[in-house]
Design a protein around this ligand. Sequence first.
Ligand code: ADP
Ligand code: MG
Length: 207
Amino acid sequence: MGEGIQRSPNVVWHQSQVTRELREQQAGHRAAVLWFTGLSGAGKSTLAHAVEQRLHERGVRTYVIDGDNVRHGLCRDLGFGDADRVENIRRVAEVAGLFVQAGVLTLTAFISPFRRDRALARELLGADFIEIFCDTPLDVCEGRDVKGLYAKARAGEIPSFTGISSPYEAPDDAEIVVPTGSEPLADSVQRVMDWLIAKDLIQGDER
Ligand SMILES: Nc1ncnc2c1ncn2[C@@H]1O[C@H](COP(=O)(O)OP(=O)(O)O)[C@@H](O)[C@H]1O
Ligand SMILES: [Mg+2]
């Protein structure tokens, strides 16, 4: 991808009169990307959707972009080799950036195992990128084996499976670290909500 593609010199960015700031003012909350990362079965999708539900109940405009879902559409031409994983993350970061411009508090749930790929997303999204590490140890994820993928990976049926035959590079600069392997889901949800309130992305309870 990318190489050999010529951007037309005749494509000019068109500025909208309805700016992100106006959208945020109208909605009464900030837009950002909550980027959930962690092993398969760590709890990214479960936590992202549970947080979204809480936010939605408060009237916050939200959307979850889930790894498994984009593989059916936006990224269906991509595989799981190194180059395709990078392109997968790049596309998702770009799309998440568009959601942010639309004033949406966006949640993404991708394993995103490589530090340099998350760094690329951080670079593309700047201060809007909030990394949330679902810190569930491999043995707990494997014990859960929600989709039966670890059993298949151990049997050698899935090449390059993160945690088994491909590395997961844990973040050391995540904005939020959630012990999703050891605490109840409700506590993890509260942890994220508290952070969003503390950073003024959403309003607190006392309104
Ligand atoms: N604190 C927690 N946060 C998220 N998931 C949790 C938590 N505690 C237990 N779980 C369980 O862990 C599993 C996580 O699965 P899933 O969300 O599909 O993982 P992922 O999207 O990271 O692959 C679910 O069965 C969920 O109920
Ligand atoms: Mg998931």
